[in-house]
Ligand binder design. Structure first.
Ligand SMILES: *[C@@H]1O[C@H](CO)[C@@H](O)[C@H](O)[C@H]1NC(C)=O
Ligand SMILES: *[C@@H]1O[C@H](CO)[C@@H](O)[C@H](O)[C@H]1NC(C)=O
Ligand SMILES: *[C@@H]1O[C@H](CO)[C@@H](O)[C@H](O)[C@H]1NC(C)=O
Ligand SMILES: *[C@@H]1O[C@H](CO)[C@@H](O)[C@H](O)[C@H]1NC(C)=O
Ligand SMILES: *[C@@H]1O[C@H](CO)[C@@H](O)[C@H](O)[C@H]1NC(C)=O
Ligand SMILES: *[C@@H]1O[C@H](CO)[C@@H](O)[C@H](O)[C@H]1NC(C)=O
Ligand SMILES: *[C@@H]1O[C@H](CO)[C@@H](O)[C@H](O)[C@H]1NC(C)=O
Ligand SMILES: *[C@@H]1O[C@H](CO)[C@@H](O)[C@H](O)[C@H]1NC(C)=O
Ligand SMILES: [Cu+2]
Length: 271
C-alpha cells in the first residue's frame, strides 16, 4: 500500500516534471521543425506600411526582401508611435490579409505551417522550433514608442506556394496581452527596390523605371493611406539617386536607402 502510494507520488512528480518541461523546452511542430528557405528569388521584396488610425498612432514600414544570399528574408523594420504603455509589444506575420475595413482580427492566426502552436513561447535560441510568423519571438520585442530592427529570418519564404510564403499576408502588432493594436498588408515592392536591377541600371535608365514602378507600388499601398504614399514618393526619389550603384549588392543598398528615405519621409510628414 505504502509503496503503491510512493509510486503514485513518483508518477505525479514525473507528470509535473514533464509538464514543466514542455513549458520551457522548445517544441517541434506537428510537421516538424521549420525548414530553412534557401531558394528565395533574388530581388523580390514586399512592404507593409502602417499608418495611424482611430485606434493606433503607429506609423512606419516593414520591408521584407529576399536576403542577399537568397536564404530567408531580410526584414527592415522602422516603426514610430507605439503606445506608451502595454508593452513589450509583439508582432507577427499573420495568415490572412487585412480586409478593407481594417479589422485586424480577420487576419487570423500566425503563419505556422509546421503547426507548432503558440505555447510554449518561442525560444529564440532555437528559431526552427518557433512559429514561422513569430517575428518578435525570434528576433526581439519592441519595448517603447519607437522600434527599428534589421535581421534575416531564414525560415520565411518569398516563393508563392510555400507554406512559409509571406507575400500575400499581413503584419499585426499586439500589446503584451495579445490585443491587436495595428495591422497592415504586405504589397509587392520588388521593383520598388529593384528598379535597381543591375542590367537596367547599367543603361542609366533605371531611375525612370524604378520611379514609375515604385509609384505604382505606392498606389497599391495608398488604398490604406495617403501619408504612406507620400513617404514612398520621397523613397523613390532617393532610390533613383542610388541607382548608380550596379553591383550585386545594389538591391540591398537600395533597399537600405529606400527604407531610410521612407523613415525620413515619415519624419517629414510628422513635422
Ligand atoms: C532584371 O532585369 C533583367 C533584364 O531586364 C530581367 O531579365 C530580370 O528578370 C530582372 N530582375 C528582377 C529581379 O527584376
Ligand atoms: C494618439 O496620440 C494622441 C496625441 O498624443 C493621443 O491623444 C491619442 O490617445 C493617441 N491614440 C492612441 C490610439 O493611442
Ligand atoms: C491589453 O493591454 C492594453 C494596454 O495595456 C489595455 O488597454 C487593454 O485593455 C488590455 N486588454 C485586455 C483584454 O486585457
Ligand atoms: C472582425 O473580424 C472578426 C473575425 O473575422 C469578426 O469575428 C469580427 O466580427 C469582425 N469585427 C468587426 C467589427 O467587423
Ligand atoms: C526603445 O527601445 C529600443 C529597442 O527597441 C532601445 O534601443 C531604445 O534605447 C529604447 N528607448 C528608450 C527611450 O527607452
Ligand atoms: C498565401 O499563399 C500561401 C502559399 O502560396 C497559400 O497557401 C495561402 O492560401 C495564401 N493565402 C491567401 C490569403 O491567399
Ligand atoms: C519587376 O521588373 C521586371 C523587369 O522590368 C519585370 O520583369 C517584373 O515582372 C517586375 N516584377 C514585379 C513583381 O513587378
Ligand atoms: C542596355 O543597352 C544595350 C545597348 O543599347 C542593350 O543592348 C541592352 O539590352 C540594354 N539592357 C537593358 C537591360 O535594357
Ligand atoms: Cu500576431
Amino acid at each position: 500500500m505504502l509503496s503503491s502510494m510512493k509510486i503514485a507520488a513518483a508518477i505525479a512528480a514525473l507528470a509535473t516534471a514533464v509538464v514543466a518541461q514542455s513549458d520551457t523546452i522548445p517544441v517541434t511542430g506537428k510537421n516538424g521543425d521549420a525548414t530553412i528557405q534557401s531558394h528565395n528569388p533574388a530581388g523580390v521584396a514586399y512592404i507593409a506600411s502602417l499608418t495611424p488610425t482611430s485606434k493606433s498612432n503607429i506609423s512606419g514600414n516593414v520591408l521584407a526582401l529576399t536576403s542577399s544570399d537568397m536564404v530567408g528574408v531580410n526584414f527592415q523594420i522602422a516603426l514610430t508611435g507605439l503606445p506608451s504603455e502595454g508593452g513589450p509589444f509583439l508582432y507577427h506575420l499573420h495568415d490572412y490579409p487585412v480586409p478593407a475595413d481594417g479589422n485586424c482580427t480577420a487576419t487570423g492566426a500566425h503563419v505556422d505551417p509546421f503547426v507548432r502552436g503558440e505555447a510554449p513561447v518561442c525560444d529564440p535560441a532555437s528559431p526552427a522550433t518557433c512559429q514561422v510568423g513569430d517575428l518578435s519571438g525570434k528576433h526581439g520585442k519592441p519595448t517603447n514608442e519607437t522600434f527599428s530592427a534589421t535581421y534575416v529570418d531564414k525560415y520565411v519564404s518569398t516563393v508563392p506556394g510555400d507554406g512559409s510564403f509571406m507575400g500575400n499576408r499581413s503584419i499585426v502588432i499586439h500589446f503584451a496581452n495579445k490585443t491587436r493594436i495595428a495591422c497592415a498588408n504586405f504589397v509587392d515592392y520588388t521593383n520598388g527596390t529593384a528598379g535597381v536591377n543591375t542590367s537596367s541600371s547599367a543603361n542609366g535608365s533605371s531611375s525612370a523605371t524604378g520611379s514609375s514602378t515604385r509609384s505604382s507600388a505606392s498606389q497599391t499601398g495608398s488604398a490604406t493611406s495617403s501619408s504612406a504614399s507620400g513617404s514612398r514618393t520621397s523613397g523613390s526619389a532617393s532610390s533613383s539617386s542610388g541607382a548608380a550603384v550596379s553591383t550585386g549588392a545594389a538591391s540591398q543598398m537600395l533597399a537600405d536607402s529606400a527604407l531610410v528615405a521612407l523613415v525620413g519621409g515619415l519624419a517629414m510628414f510628422a513635422i
